[in-house]
Design a protein around this ligand. Sequence first.
Ligand SMILES: O=C(O)C1=C[C@@H](OP(=O)(O)O)[C@@H](O)[C@H](O)C1
Ligand SMILES: C=C(OP(=O)(O)O)C(=O)O
Length: 443
Amino acid sequence: MSHSAEPIPMTARRSGPLKGEAKVPGDKSISHRALILGALSVGETHITGLLEGQDVLDTAKAMQAFGAQVERLGTGEWKVNGVGVGGFAEPEGVIDCGNSGTGVRLIMGAMATTPVTATFTGDASLSRRPMGRVTDPLELFGCEVTAREGKRLPVTIKGAAEPVPVRYKTPVASAQIKSAVLLAGLNAPGETVVIESEPTRDHTERMLAGFGATITTEVTDEGRVITLKGRPELVPQPVAVPRDPSSAAFPVAAALIVPGSEIRVPGVSRNPTRDGLYVTLLEMGADITFENPREEGGEPVADLLVRHGPLKGVTVPPERAASMIDEFPILSVIAAFAEGTTLMQGVHELRVKESDRIAAMVAGLRANGASVEDTDDTMTVQGTGGLSGGATAVTHLDHRIAMSFLVGGLASEQPISVDDGSPIATSFPDFLPLMTGLGGQIG
Ligand SMILES: O=C(O)C1=C[C@@H](OP(=O)(O)O)[C@@H](O)[C@H](O)C1
Ligand SMILES: C=C(OP(=O)(O)O)C(=O)O
């Protein structure tokens, strides 16, 4: 479902010290995958901690449309009765993935090797994003694809009746491309191989292994070579979704820049393929400790203790980009509050997210008094220890742009507004109560 057409303007103002516990929602990437793998298993998958953001709700609805039974049992607690690999039914209506790149791309992969036809749509943001990066490799399995000009949505896929396995080297670092190919490979006889030159988030590989698929990852000169044996019977597993490090980034950032703050963020995933922001913040001198490290639901997690303190600018190397790809908008705000230059390299993929995130951050930060420069592949922020604020940032249907500027407004001299905070509901529906509960002035 596309989110409400009505924009919701929001404003954040300078706040006193943030204190307390920030229980951020379940991981968005893992939530999508839990629903999709649940739908591809035979029997019942029990999920706890599922993110109930619009992106994930749209994936839940899509899995129902393909024939799985999906039921909400309580807050974050869901069960899925799956149809098995190759068991997807043909949906009666169009599959509307709303704002979600992960949803649409992974579901296209999951259905591409089953002989059913489906049409995918999304909101204005998703309809601008490139789908060829996924439909090109899916065609190699034998499915037929029709798309709008530029390989954009709406896209119709006629799934392959006799799929063949594929060996595919991803042209850009993207877990969505890797995952789409692996999910398609599930119903292709033989071995499907994905090669990625730079590691990206590995939740699909972890969860497929957890559900009983034979999947191996080998590190070679070419990069990570992931091999999946097709036609497994996936066995439902309970999935305990850890809290999302990409959502945690917002209260963490707020505590780092608002003087006197001290907050705790419990149970956050510390998967090394998602950890780049935290590595970077420690290099900037951030006061973050990772307490009680443990394993939950097959993922490493820890409780974060975050205190305000001085920060210095750093250079983020290009090879770290994939492990923090969704965190550059909020890092660019933190960088404005640091002393010195922060250079972010290898960030061209930000141009094809829910918005062109480099353009959106450069425009909004400049309007609010920061000195920022960009090239196609880099963003540079001259940190001055603060931000003047006083302007409205345009969010372009992008949740991370909205949350980044609202966090900045908690510590800037003048308030910062966003033209539309409604997309926040895609990934962090309780952002507002959570931030105000810590003492943040946002409304
Ligand atoms: O696989 C996933 O769950 C995701 C992969 C990333 O996208 P790309 O694969 O396009 O880099 C990321 O930006 C997105 O928020 C979630
Ligand atoms: C890029 C993002 O999501 P998606 O690609 O799933 O729309 C994100 O959540 O920052």
